[in-house]
Design a protein around this ligand. Sequence first.
Ligand SMILES: [Zn+2]
Ligand SMILES: [Zn+2]
Length: 205
Amino acid sequence: MARPEDSQWAIPVGQISARPGMSKPVDGDFPAPSGIGDNIVGVREGDSVRVHGSFDSIADGLVFMGRFTAPMHAECTRCLKPIDRDWDLDVTAFFPYDSSQAADTRHGKHGEVDIVAGEDEAEDTYPLSHDGGFADIEALLRDTMVEHLPLQPLCRPDCKGLCSQCGVNLNDNPGHHHDVIDNRFAALAGLKAQLDEEAQAKKSD
Ligand SMILES: [Zn+2]
Ligand SMILES: [Zn+2]
């Protein structure tokens, strides 16, 4: 059976486990777990995710607070331009000593979590290894990123998208437009073009 510390996402927390008030900083790069998004928007498996924050020991577990910075790849849903940028996510998660508490809170006892955390938001809860020696953040990384993936990624908030008639990128061509000809006048316009052509032909005679 795999030991908890063999995981690429295991963070040793034994020195602060069961010692309320103690804190351990975390600052390092971890590989992105599989299953975050798809070809349209996501984080590629194995890409480096920066984890910056700390574990704080409280009475019945460890609280992780910090920030994930991940290289997100996406395609703008309006202009289809590829987007590659760092993506910052602020995270709070609870690693209780009693892992049954983790299971319980996941199934609706959000009131308890709120009291423990002292926050309005219900937190995500993850198990520690059995001896309290390791916190494995693989699931936390995956859940956090999957939950916050933008549904409609944009290259910029005011992306103008593509011209619906010819597909030109309107961000690159701000003045782009088509002369819209009302159907009723289309015949007239056609007639005018014909007359112009004839006039042109006469001139060149
Ligand atoms: Zn765009
Ligand atoms: Zn156009």
